[in-house]
Design a protein around this ligand. Structure first.
Ligand SMILES: Nc1ncnc2c1ncn2[C@@H]1O[C@H](COP(=O)(O)OP(=O)(O)OP(=O)(O)O)[C@@H](O)[C@H]1O
Ligand SMILES: [Mg+2]
Length: 578
């Protein structure tokens, strides 16, 4: 299970860890920033000097000196700024890149149960939006945090050297600022969390809507479908408004309090000067007021970036939810198999999905190179059984063995190199025919064409070639063509174990015959595990397992099961199989 990150400190620690490889870039960036930003706290000193020179009516050389220094600190700003932008953006973009790649990598390792629990649109939001939020947070808050820190330190040092009594005034302002920030943080955290999860929910619904579009339109229920999404959009609007309102209130409040404090400090400095409570020159009054402006500006800027800071921290938390999820398939360090014979056994396997026992106490010994067919009513657990064999779903008890070795002790990635799987619903890439058949393996055109021919797709190759594109999720193909393509992909892998889940359900007689011939050709050379509703496919199997409510209730070959007059017999006689 994923454990939610509790603290902001935790989120920041994670960010610092991600930033660690780029600490050199960030160090250079910070030094460049310090120099580029120096006018903010050097200029008030020079201005004070110029004013005091004016008040004292000379000497004129002072003006040259102050003017020259001012020009110097200003001119270096441009090159330093460029260095800062280059180094910091390089580091920040690389952090985002690393986050995206580690997320993608981690997602590949998460179990199917995780993916069934978390919708794909939510995962997409995390990869796209959350990483962007983190990027934005660093880009926006780094310069403000740096300039804030530097000008604060600069201002405090200069003031301490010139008019130490004013440290007390600043000492009053800073705690007020900190207090405001703390209050804001607390409120904004929960509002941001609500907003973020609403965005995720919304994008999940939009994803659902677009996949359901043909059904929605065919049933003329567009308005209800729109209403579902609108409801979620309305929630999003409400959460967004709450968030804006909170941000606005604090922004305004902050601005007001700082302005009042600023004016007060100017008045205090001015009256000190007039009543000579403390010796302050006119230049110093201006300097104090300017520093106040600098501090105020920084504080307001800090408050303004708080929303993006809070959003960024929330996004770190959201990504960490995935990264820290230990719902992982662990393969590292486990035994690797360079070949497998194709013998599979299940011993006392039970599988629990979402709290229900989907498979119960399954015991099966599938010898190498045999064909096993699974039949049974819809929902009886056939697909789940295949998932379990493939190690995509973990048994809640019992174990699966490949060549007598427990799956838990094996690096399943090495086992799966010898396995091919055709899912119940074909999954295609938005790529060429070639890419779809080779899918992750090196493409060999001759072998690809052969596999396509064996899957009765020779015509498709002759008409469009291997370079033809198939459209998003293979939409340019018919359902039957997609299914045949999925079979070609499986054959291309030259597997030791071929797993087919209703792989021929959408095929015409002709294609089915061709594929049956192909399967017959593999007979006793490959372990074939299939789920099918076609009598012709099933009766050719060495063993047929009849599943009901997650249990194997009959097992035997066609003839044995027919003679038994049990559930299989009833299914065949009842013409439930074609
Ligand atoms: N992620 C899940 N969470 C909870 N229950 C699940 C989950 N996936 C499947 N199930 C349940 O497990 C049972 C078996 O599902 P499975 O897909 O294995 O059936 P099947 O025999 O392949 O059916 P069909 O012939 O319709 O494809 C069903 O009752 C289903 O509701
Ligand atoms: Mg199924």
């Amino acid at each position: 299970m994923s454990k939610p990150l509790q603290t902001e400190a935790g989120a920041i620690r994670i960010l610092l860890r991600k930033a660690k490889p780029f600490r050199k870039d960030y160090s250079v960036a910070i030094i460049a920033f310090l120099l580029k930003d120096s006018p903010a706290w050097v200029l008030p000193v020079l201005t004070a000097g110029i004013i005091d020179t004016v008040v004292a009516k000379g000497p004129i050389q002072n003006l040259y000196l102050f003017g020259g220094l001012a020009l110097l600190v200003l001119v270096q700003n441009y090159p330093m700024n460029m260095i800062y932008v280059r180094k910091s953006s390089l580091a920040t973009r690389s952090i985002a890149f690393n986050l995206r790649t580690s997320l993608t990598e981690h997602l590949q390792k998460l179990t199917l149960q995780f993916h069934q629990r978390v919708s794909s649109s939510i995962v997409q939001t995390k990869l796209v939006r959350d990483v962007e939020n983190i990027e934005l947070m660093i880009q926006q808050s780094l310069p403000i945090a740096l300039s804030g820190t530097f000008s604060l330190i600069g201002a405090l040092v200069v003031v301490a050297l010139n008019i130490p009594i004013f440290l007390a005034v600043f000492g009053l302002v800073i705690p007020v600022g900190v207090l405001l920030v703390v209050i804001f943080r607390r409120k904004s955290k929960s509002k941001n969390e609500q907003f973020r999860s609403q965005v995720e929910e919304f994008s999940a619904q939009v994803g659902e809507l677009s996949s359901m579009l043909p059904v929605v339109r065919a049933h003329a229920i567009e308005s209800s479908a729109t209403a579902w999404v609108n409801q979620s959009a309305e929630q999003l609007r409400r959460r967004g408004l709450e968030l804006d309102w909170l941000n606005g209130r604090f922004g305004a409040l902050a601005w007001l309090s700082y302005q009042i404090l600023g004016v007060t400090s100017l008045l205090v400095a001015a009256s000190f000067s007039i009543f000579e409570v403390f010796p302050i020159s006119a230049g110093q009054v201006v300097m104090v007021a300017t520093y106040f402006g600098v501090i105020m500006g920084t504080a307001i800027a800090l408050l303004n970036i708080l929303p993006s800071l809070a959003k960024g921290i929330e996004s770190i938390r959201s990504i960490e939810e995935v990264l820290s999820s230990d719902d992982l398939e662990r393969n590292e360090g486990k035994r690797e198999l360079s070949t497998i014979s194709g013998a599979i056994s299940l011993r006392n396997v039970s599988v629990n999905l979402g709290g229900t026992e989907v498979l119960q106490d399954i015991n099966l010994e599938i010898p190498a190179n045999q064909t096993y067919a699974f039949v049974g009513p819809s929902g009886s657990g056939k697909t789940t059984l295949l998932y379990t064999l493939l190690g995509l779903v973990r048994p809640s008890s019992g174990d699966v063995f490949f060549d007598s070795q427990a799956m838990n002790s094996l690096d399943m990635r090495t086992v799966r190199r010898h396995v091919a799987y055709v899912p119940q619903e074909s999954v295609l890439l938005d790529g060429s025919l070639r890419d779809n058949v080779a899918l992750g393996l090196p493409a060999d055109d001759q072998k690809i064409t052969l596999a396509l021919g064996l899957a009765n797709l020779g015509t498709l190759v002759r008409h469009g070639g291997l370079d033809q594109t198939l459209g998003r999720s293979g939409t340019r193909l018919s359902v039957g063509q997609r299914q045949r393509l999925a079979i070609a992909r499986a054959l291309y892998r030259e597997p030791r174990v071929l797993v087919l889940d209703e792989a021929t359900s959408a095929l015409d007689m002709d294609s089915e015959r061709t594929i049956q011939k192909t399967l017959d050709g593999l007979n006793h050379e490959v372990t074939v595990i299939l789920v099918a509703h076609r009598l012709a496919t099933v009766r050719a199997a060495d063993k047929i397992c009849y599943l009901e409510n997650g249990r194997v209730i009959e097992i035997g070959n066609h003839q044995e099961l027919m003679e038994k007059h049990g559930a299989y017999y009833k299914m065949v006689e009842g013409k439930e199989m074609k």
